[in-house]
Ligand binder design. Structure first.
Ligand code: ZN
Length: 125
């Protein structure tokens, strides 16, 4: 079991580092294109607004993911990788294989999701 975690950690480290590199590049490109498109016609409104909002949401999601990836890489460096940040129990290695940036065990993640659902405003859809 310990060996399996070690093996997954090694593999995930490579995956996370590659993904981090890719994300940094994507974020820079997206930021660049968001900057370039700010050209709003006051009378017409902003026909690109919807597109820009989508890009902005994507950017936020990518930055959040980058944070998770960096936290995972830090945990690998510190030797705390694979331990749930909330309850301190080991995270299922299969979960780590599927989600290398996972910081919470499945039950903590589900619990937090249930909590945030309660706080979320009813959506229009
Ligand atoms: Zn947990």
């Amino acid at each position: 079991m310990q060996d399996r975690l070690k093996e997954i950690t090694e593999k995930n480290k490579v995956r996370l580092e590659e993904e981090r590199k890719q994300l940094l590049q994507d974020i820079a490109e997206l930021q660049e294109s968001l900057k370039a498109e700010v050209d709003i016609d006051e009378e017409e409104g902003d026909p690109e607004l919807h597109e820009r909002e989508k890009a902005q949401a994507l950017l936020t999601a990518m930055q959040k993911r980058l944070e998770d990836i960096e936290a995972a890489l830090e945990a690998i460096a510190k030797g705390t990788y694979g331990i749930c940040e909330r309850c301190g129990k080991p995270i299922d290695p299969a979960r780590l294989e599927a989600f290398p940036e996972a910081r919470l065990c499945l039950s903590c993640k589900e619990e937090l999701e249930r909590q945030s659902m309660r706080w979320r405003r009813p959506s229009r859809f």
